[in-house]
Design a protein around this ligand. Structure first.
Ligand code: ATP
Ligand code: MG
Length: 210
């Protein structure tokens, strides 16, 4: 390589470096300006809905963050998961109370009255958490179905969430969140399925799926 072309090359790379620096600086200024604009301190309502995997795991991830910082969190599960739910075993050991829908829930046996009674029993527990400012975070896992199927009184659920203590955050998970839940939330994420292992015949795995 001639001396000239070597010189050109190093100049080219210095220019590229400089351009990258300028771009990053601009980006940083934009982000800083946005951060400076976010001045409101309050608990938030997060809805994680959609047909892809990751809604409940996201909710529990947030509970872990909360507990990791020494705050109190509570978990309400509106559809009884696998009895040996890994998160429950771990988090109960860290003082996180769980309210789990009893065995009365019978989607497929058409026992609507039984379903409603089970939903109302667990909702009574949820209301206690949603009225207690000691809880920094309440996870309402699979609540969306209770409203989608009219198992709980919609107005009561929405107003209880809206009137929770100011610094309390709430995560609502489940497919098919109704419009009112999305409208009142501060953050809404729609998890979209692109593919799922189950559809390729792979069994749900302990420690991964529950
Ligand atoms: P996860 O608990 O893994 O975060 P999720 O809360 O997003 O999943 P749910 O609709 O509550 O999803 O489903 C609960 C169970 O079904 C989990 O074991 C999950 O792995 C599995 N699952 C989630 N999405 C799908 C899907 N698209 N197809 C098949 N199974 C799924
Ligand atoms: Mg789920």
């Amino acid at each position: 390589m001639s001396e000239n072309s070597q010189h050109d090359k190093s100049q080219e790379s210095a220019e590229r470096e400089e351009k990258h620096k300028r771009k990053s600086q601009k980006q940083k200024e934009k982000v800083d300006a946005k951060v400076a604009k976010a001045t409101i301190e309050k608990g938030v309502m997060i809805v994680v809905t959609g047909n892809g995997k990751g809604k409940t795991t996201s909710g529990f991830g947030t509970v872990c963050r909360c507990v990791g910082h020494g705050y109190k969190a509570a978990v309400v599960q509106f559809i009884k998961g696998k009895w040996d739910c890994g998160e429950r075993d771990l988090l109960e050991g860290h003082g996180v109370p769980f309210a789990v829908m009893g065995t009365g829930f019978t989607w497929n046996t058409q026992d609507r009255a039984g379903d409603i009674a089970a939903a109302e029993a667990v909702w009574t527990e949820a209301k206690k958490f949603l009225a207690d400012p000691q809880y920094h975070l309440v996870l309402l896992d699979e609540l969306t179905y209770m409203l989608g199927y009219d198992y709980l009184d919609k107005e009561e659920v929405l107003s209880t969430i809206a009137n929770r203590p100011e610094n309390q955050s709430v995560v609502v998970t489940g497919r098919g969140a109704i419009r009112e839940l999305r409208d009142m939330a501060d953050t809404v994420s729609e998890v979209k399925e692109e593919k799922h292992a189950f559809k390729a015949g792979i069994k749900a795995r302990k420690g991964v799926d529950w």
